[in-house]
Ligand binder design. Structure first.
Ligand code: FAD
Length: 378
């Protein structure tokens, strides 16, 4: 079984590793591996608080992925010889006013109705958990099983682990999918080279809709959703775990790494393929982060960046076979692509190599959108 994967973000990289482990010959095409959202993301592993109500299938997928993360990270670190910065120290979400508290309470009840443990904390308990929090914090919600990972370490580890199993990276842009006799049979690169394959996986993040050669009904309905983040640095302990806050209804989070980096994120902007960092975006992030943790302005500035989340019409990924035989999709992970990496890679590798569609993947069949044209479970 020969597979060509277009796009080496975390989804393409992890699927390449998992498919190679199942014995497939994998070629991974990307002019600049891990240069998309995967290099900007904060790396929170939280199935619940990023979610809006009515997205239960996505919640279940997120929970399945989070629950696989510890074993996935351990196996990856062993297989690659590289660290990933994986941490399972919970995520704290705090509120400042009565409206925000009410929102957290609703979230807690929603989680409990789904059997997901969440601990309600008073303001004092929040500050005991995170001593740098602002005195105005009124209460919070601790999700003890959540955590974080450093996507900038995750991606190189996935590439190294894949290469050890024979994954072949090709540092070129995929121009088009080759379609012959109503089936995808390979990928044409921007220099005209043709790579033949039994299966093609399109995992090019928000660029997945721009690859040539696809019949109109099969083009994935993904769009870029911009997010700006700030990276700071601290030599002294500042934050024990990822902490989110609702500040007058707007959401901000800070994610600490073991090496002293702290990521503040993130804006959410519908501006097409625009990755400019703006003064307004940074101001909003710093303003809200300072409300949450006043000491943040003392930390050393390290970097600002903007990335493009691959958004889909229902905020959930498109996973699996399409109406074009031989072509699979692995895109549309929107705000949860780092969280969903282990489960997406396992499901996609199974669908690509074995040709079966696992139950967990069924709600995410590309064919669920009108116009996407893919057959569910085909
Ligand atoms: C600011 C921000 C914060 C985020 N925070 C979190 C978080 O805390 N937790 C979480 O779970 N998720 C988070 N995300 C979302 C997550 O980053 C994405 O869902 C995930 O990275 C998507 O991965 P991907 O592999 O699909 O796409 P990408 O990482 O965008 O990778 C796509 C790849 O395709 C390649 N490509 C494009 N066109 C072509 C072509 N023609 N040929 C070959 N290759 C091509 C690109 O070079 C790129 O490497 C965040 C995203 C942003 C922007």
């Amino acid at each position: 079984m020969d597979i060509v994967i277009i796009g080496a973000g975390v989804i393409g990289l992890a699927t390449a590793w998992r498919a190679a482990a199942r014995g497939a010959g994998v070629t991974l095409v990307d002019p600049a591996p891990a240069s998309g959202a995967s290099s900007v993301a904060a790396g929170m592993l939280t199935p619940v608080s990023e979610l809006t109500y009515g997205e239960e299938p996505l919640l279940r997928l997120g929970l399945a992925s989070r629950d696989r993360y510890a074993a996935f990270a351990a196996e990856l670190e062993e297989a690659s010889g590289l660290g990933t910065g994986y941490r399972a120290d919970g995520i704290l979400e705090v509120a400042f006013d009565a409206d925000d508290l009410k929102h957290l309470d609703e979230l807690r009840r929603f989680q409990e109705s789904l059997g997901i443990p969440a601990e309600a904390l008073t303001g004092r308990e929040c500050r005991r958990a995170e001593p740098m929090l602002a005195p105005g914090v009124r209460g919070g919600l601790l999700a003890p099983a959540d955590g974080s990972i450093d996507p900038r370490r995750l991606a190189p580890a996935l590439l190294a682990a894949g290469e050890r199993l024979g994954v072949r990276p090709v540092r070129r842009r995929a121009a088009s999918v080759i379609v012959e006799g109503d089936a995808a049979t390979g990928v044409r690169l921007d220099d005209g080279t043709e790579l033949r394959a039994d299966r093609v996986l399109l995992a090019a993040g928000p660029w997945s809709g721009d690859i040539g050669g696809l019949p109109p009904g099969v083009v994935p309905p993904v769009r870029p959703v911009k997010g700006q983040v700030i990276r700071l640095r601290t030599a002294v302990p500042f934050l024990r775990r990822a902490t989110r806050g609702l500040v007058r209804g707007s959401s901000v989070y800070l994610v600490p790494r073991t090496d002293g980096e702290i990521v503040i994120g993130a804006t959410q902007e519908e501006l097409g393929f625009d990755t400019r960092v703006t003064a307004g975006g940074l101001w909003e992030l710093l303003r809200d982060a300072r409300e949450l943790l006043p000491g943040v302005t003392e930390l050393e500035f390290a970097e600002v960046s903007a990335g493009l989340r691959p958004g889909s019409p229902d905020n959930a990924p498109l996973l699996g076979p399409t109406a074009l035989p031989g072509l699979h999709l692995g895109t549309g992970h929107f705000r949860n692509g780092i969280l969903l990496t282990p489960v997406s890679a396992d499901l996609l590798a199974e669908m690509l190599v074995d040709g079966t569609v696992p139950e967990l993947a069924r709600p995410f069949a590309p064919g669920r959108f009108d116009g996407a044209g893919a057959r569910s479970g085909a």
